[in-house]
Design a binder for this molecule. Structure first.
Ligand SMILES: [Zn+2]
Length: 148
C-alpha cells in the first residue's frame, strides 16, 4: 500500500492546494496536532492528505464515539507526518523549496532508522526490528512514489 506523497494538488474549485500541518479537533474533545492536510489557497477548503487518511481513520476509530478529553500529536502515529513535522521546523516560508526540505528530512529519517535497525539486529531483538522495518517501509513507499 504505497500512497501518494505529493505536496500540492488541485482543489475542486480549480485553486491550488498546498500542504500544511493542521490541528484537528475531534468531537470537540480530542486535539490531534500535526496532521498533514491539503488546504486550498482560493476557497480555504481543506482535507487530510491522501497519504495519511488510512492512519488517521484508524486513530479516530480507536478514539471511538465518546472520547475523553485528550490531546496528542499525529506525528507519533504516522512516520511520514513525523518527517513532515521535522521539515516544517526547517521551512521558513515561501522562498524556501519545501519539496527539497522534505526530501532531506526524509533521507535523514531513513538513515536514522537504518542505524537503529543495525542496533536492533545486533541486539537480536526481532520485535524491535519488525517495528523499525514497518516504519522504514512507510517512508520507502513515499520515496518510490516520487520516482514513478
Ligand atoms: Zn478550492
Amino acid at each position: 500500500m504505497c500512497n501518494e506523497s505529493r505536496l500540492t494538488q488541485t482543489c475542486r474549485c480549480g485553486g491550488e492546494m498546498t500542504i500544511h500541518m493542521h490541528t484537528l479537533i475531534y468531537k470537540a474533545k480530542v486535539k490531534i496536532a500535526s496532521v498533514p492536510v491539503f488546504m486550498c489557497r482560493s476557497c480555504f477548503h481543506y482535507e487530510p492528505h491522501p497519504a495519511v487518511k488510512r492512519d488517521l481513520s484508524l486513530v479516530i476509530q480507536e478514539l471511538g464515539s465518546q472520547p475523553q478529553r485528550y490531546s496528542f500529536s499525529f506525528a507519533e502515529r504516522n512516520e511520514w507526518a513525523s518527517v513532515l513535522n521535522d521539515a516544517f521546523i526547517t521551512f521558513k516560508g515561501e522562498d524556501c523549496d519545501l519539496e527539497q526540505i522534505v526530501q532531506e528530512a526524509m533521507s535523514d529519517r531513513i538513515d536514522l532508522l537504518l542505524d537503529l535497525f543495525r542496533i536492533a539486529s545486533k541486539a537480536a531483538d526481532p520485535e524491535w526490528m519488525g517495528e523499525i522495518e514497518s516504519r522504514l517501509l512507510m517512508l520507502i513507499c513515499h520515496t518510490a512514489s516520487k520516482v514513478s
